[in-house]
Design a protein around this ligand. Structure first.
Ligand code: SF4
Length: 268
C-alpha cells in the first residue's frame, strides 16, 4: 500500500500529491527510495528508551533553521539507499545489539521518516520480534501516513516545536503549523504511548514554550512531556538573532517551573 501511495504522495501536511515513482518531487525533495545517513547506538534520548539503536533517514518536509543534523536532514539524497546492499548487514547489527542487551529499543528518525514510509515499513518488517520500536517524528504527518503507521510502533516521540504559527513560519518556513500538528498529537495519543518533545529555544519561553505547555495541559493531560533544554546554535540558527546563543540555564529553570505549574508530566 505504501509503495502504491508513492504515486500520489500525501504523507506529510504539505499534501503535495506528486508522483514520486514518476520522478516528481515535492517540497521534501524525496524520491521513491528512502536513504539512511546514520545507524548507530545513541544515549541522548529519553532515559527509559536508552540506549537506542537509532536509524536516521535523510531529508525532511520542514526546514527548521536550528536543525542539529541540517545537512543530511535537508538533503533527501544524502546517505545510502535503505533497501540497498547494506540492508541485511544493518538488520544483523540491530539484531546483535538487541540480543546482547546493548540497546533497549530501536528508534526510526530523520530528518523526518514520515517522508520515507514505504522504506521504513520495509526495514521494520525485517527486524527481530520483541524489539521495542520508537517512531521519532515532527508530527507534521497526515491521516494517510497515520493509517500506514497504525499499530507498528510501540512509542511515538513527537515534536511540538512551536507555540504559534508566526514562529513556525519564520524559523521552519511552514504555514498553519499548530492546526496541522495538534490533531496529529491527539491522534497519536489515542493509539500508542506518546512522548511530546519540545526543544526550548533561547528567547522563545513566552511565545513558544508557555503556549505549548498550556495546550498540552488542556488537550493531552497526563501525556509524557520531554522538555529538551540543550539548544545549540547550529546550522542556520544565525539567521535569527535570538538563536545565536546556546540554551540558557535561567530559561531552562523557568521553563521547568512553567511546566510544573501547568501540571505537566515532565520526563527526562
Ligand atoms: S512527503 Fe510531503 S512533501 Fe514529500 S512528496 Fe509526500 S506530501 Fe509531498
Amino acid at each position: 500500500m505504501a509503495r502504491r501511495q508513492l504515486s500520489h504522495c500525501l504523507w506529510c501536511s504539505h499534501r503535495c500529491g506528486v508522483d514520486r515513482l514518476a520522478g516528481q518531487r515535492g517540497p521534501c525533495h524525496a524520491g521513491p527510495e528512502g536513504r539512511l545517513f546514520s545507524a548507530r547506538v545513541e544515549v541522548g534520548d529519553e532515559s527509559d528508551l536508552c540506549p537506542v539503536f537509532a536509524v536516521a533517514f535523510s531529508g525532511c518536509d520542514l526546514r527548521c533553521d536550528f536543525c542539529n543534523t541540517g545537512r543530511e536532514s535537508w538533503d533527501a539524497s544524502a546517505g545510502s539507499v535503505a533497501a540497498g546492499p547494506g540492508k541485511e548487514a544493518l538488520v544483523a547489527r540491530i539484531g546483535r545489539a538487541w540480543e546482547s542487551g546493548a540497546v533497549r529499543s530501536l528508534m526510526i528518525l530523520g530528518g523526518e521518516p514520515t517522508i520515507h514510509l514505504a522504506s521504513v515499513l520495509d526495514l521494520v518488517a525485517a527486524l527481530p520480534d520483541g524489539l521495542p520500536l520508537v517512531w521519532k517524528t515532527n508530527a507534521h504527518g497526515t491521516p494517510e501516513s497515520h493509517a500506514l503507521l497504525d499499530g507498528v510502533f510501540d512509542c511515538w516521540v513527537a515534536d511540538l516545536k512551536f507555540g504559534n504559527d508566526d514562529c513556525a513560519r519564520r524559523i521552519a518556513r511552514v504555514d498553519g503549523y499548530c492546526a496541522r500538528v495538534h490533531p496529529n498529537l491527539i491522534q497519536a495519543a489515542r493509539s500508542t504511548r506518546l512522548i511530546v518533545r519540545h526543544l526550548l529555544m533561547p528567547g522563545h519561553l513566552d511565545c513558544c514554550w508557555r503556549p505549548v505547555a498550556a495546550w498540552i495541559a488542556a488537550s493531552l493531560p497526563g501525556v509524557e512531556v520531554s522538555l529538551r533544554t540543550g539548544f545549540w546554535p547550529g546550522w542556520f540558527s544565525g539567521r535569527h538573532p535570538e538563536l545565536r546563543v546556546p540554551g540558557r540555564i535561567g530559561e531552562a529553570q523557568e521553563a521547568a517551573r512553567i511546566g510544573i505549574e501547568a501540571g505537566l508530566r515532565l520526563i527526562e
